[in-house]
Design a protein around this ligand. Structure first.
Ligand SMILES: [Zn+2]
Length: 227
């Protein structure tokens, strides 16, 4: 059992922006314990928990980029009692592979299991997860609907998206996009190629997404308006 002084010291160092590895070296507390504390796990008094800050550099970047895009497409975060937030992503029940991928991404980012809620007689499935730190990991949460407020990524989010562009685009397409095969004909020449369309309205500021996301997106035909 670690003392409360050790806990406070580790949390203070995490708040200063040190990684779990650096805190472990400085305090002699195992990295896995520091990491658990950073996520609010294994702390004796969870009701008093003030967010200790997070080591975003240790996040599973591919899963996070995918999950962020699914959230931007069709997700929302709502407050629950005792400082808990619920992330809810609505998906089409006719694509079980996409539902499974979303569950994997949620469970890679947040501790413990995600919930899958299927409503009878509806095509929608909701993948949800209760966690105190959703608004730390998805700070785009705010009042009003997403398409009516500016969506600006934090620096650490931009770094993750830049490193995992494919997963980010994959999440956008899975949540709110369409992939179709378009046929072009010029005389006897026939070319078939995939086309992507996003019906999403989210307006990220032009500086918050990496240049290659914008340029790829501008090549996607359809109603792409995510700049
Ligand atoms: Zn937090």
């Amino acid at each position: 059992m670690r003392s409360s002084q050790e806990l406070e010291r580790a949390l203070a160092l995490l708040r200063q922006g040190l990684t779990a590895t650096e805190v472990s070296r400085a305090t002699g507390i195992p990295r896995s314990t520091v990491r658990d504390w950073g996520y609010g796990r294994g702390i004796e008094r969870p009701r008093d928990l003030v967010c200790p800050g997070h080591d975003f550099s240790s996040i599973d970047g591919g899963a996070y980029a995918y999950l962020l895009a699914v959230y931007l497409g069709d997700g929302f975060i709502c407050p629950r009692p005792r400082g808990v937030w619920q992330l809810r992503n609505t998906l089409d029940s006719t694509y079980p592979g996409i539902i499974a991928e979303c569950v994997r991404a949620v469970e890679a980012v947040a501790p413990r299991k995600a919930y899958v809620l299927r409503r009878r007689h509806e095509r929608a499935v909701e993948v949800s997860k209760y966690w105190k730190h959703w608004t730390c990991f998805i700070p785009q949460h705010g009042p009003g609907r997403k398409h009516t407020r500016p969506i600006v990524l934090a620096d650490w989010q931009t770094r993750v998206v830049e490193t995992h562009v494919e997963q980010f685009l994959r999440g956008l397409i899975h949540s709110d996009g369409t992939r179709m095969i378009a046929t072009e004909r010029k005389g006897s020449y026939v070319r078939r190629a995939p086309r992507y369309a996003f019906k999403t309205d989210q307006r990220a500021s032009s500086g918050s997404l990496p240049a290659h996301v914008r340029s790829r997106e501008s090549t996607a035909r359809g109603r792409a308006r995510l700049r």
